[in-house]
Design a protein around this ligand. Sequence first.
Ligand code: PLP
Length: 433
Amino acid sequence: MTAPRSLATRDERAIAGNQKLRFFPLSVVSGRGSEIRDDAGRTLLDLSAAWGANSLGHAHPRVVQAIQDAAAQGAGSSVLSAAQPIAVELAELLLETIPGTERGDHRVLFGHSGTDANSAALAAARAATGRDIVVAFQGGYHGGFGSAQAVSGVFVDAGVPHDPASVLLPYPATDAQLPDLWRTVDEVFGTHEVAAVIVEPLQSDGGIIVPPHGFLTGLLERTRRAGALLIVDEVKVGLARTGYLHACEREDVVPDLVTFGKSLGGGTPLSAVVGPATVLDGAPASTLLTTAGNAISTAAGKAVLETIREDNLVGAARERGAQLRQLLAAAQGDIDEISDVRGQGLSLGIELQHDPAQPDRPRDDRFTQRVIFRMWQLGVVNYLVRGNVIEWTPPLILTESEGERAVETLRAAIVDVRHGAVSDADVAPYLGW
Ligand SMILES: Cc1ncc(COP(=O)(O)O)c(C=O)c1O
């Protein structure tokens, strides 16, 4: 008799490889809070929260209840051809979170993913300004296909054809880089008819880069002066993750268009663009999706927003983020391979094996791949970005003891890998990015 195939093997044989970004043979059959269970019955601590989509944790009772109620209600309509009450309530709640919208001239456009939200925002900005050029940033991630992907620096670097009507500028990490950046921005605005600038308030897939204070403010001023629109992509770091409800609040910036996705749907497909009606309504029927704003996704979204507010998850992200930073700083002091720890709130990056001050020690991406593989073996799920940066975007409900477990496991994994616990052959089938 042949042994039953593992879930990972069946997945391999049934689901397109093109849709996979794998770092180890992970399967997830259920989850609760910050933990997930695999098909072998192991419980793992999830420091990714499905790339930030499950920011309230797995199977949050309030989200589960909201989804069940909406499904049982059975109306099944979206915003396309009917007024759908839960979508209207969610849109009203989202609008309330953005200053200036109380005048009543802003709207919400619903979709299913960060990719479609950013594509819709770009299309709306181009239609509203009658211009074509989009300014975006190297290392940026705005979408996994189509027009949002074509202005995403990470994909352009990976060989995906870039949008010829886009200009990619360096994303600043320090104050010292701002003057040069402003010179380039002024030059681009002086020579191109720019429709929109699209930017992450903290760059995630580009390597967890927290930009210097003044970056978003300066960008907004220059964008407005040029008659272009600023789109802030809050898909990954928005909705409490950075210790602000919206990450751009760190600079008190109110962009023209804001995009949301991932955590907004509490694990269900839901995205949104918030912007002036004059912009979002500009090109009629340009963004029609049959199930956009459906009752199930918007019910989940409403539960997510209400829980963030009522459970003070903005405060939780700050508190847990501070604890993790403290533990990681101590680990950096003891463990030579940890080169840098950075981020904001519960959007954290741990860079391994690359110290710009030691140029004779080159960046070693394989080491980081082996470390996250080892962490999976030890019961912790986390992924890497930009080759050698471990990204932590855990559920906002992560507990203090789970935070301790995360850092202890990281320490143990690095020491194990240092001593050869994981081979190149182990990680070869799972090279992720
Ligand atoms: C900042 C940012 N914007 C947009 C997206 C695209 O979101 P989705 O994969 O839900 O389409 C991502 C995905 O990682 C992201 O990180």
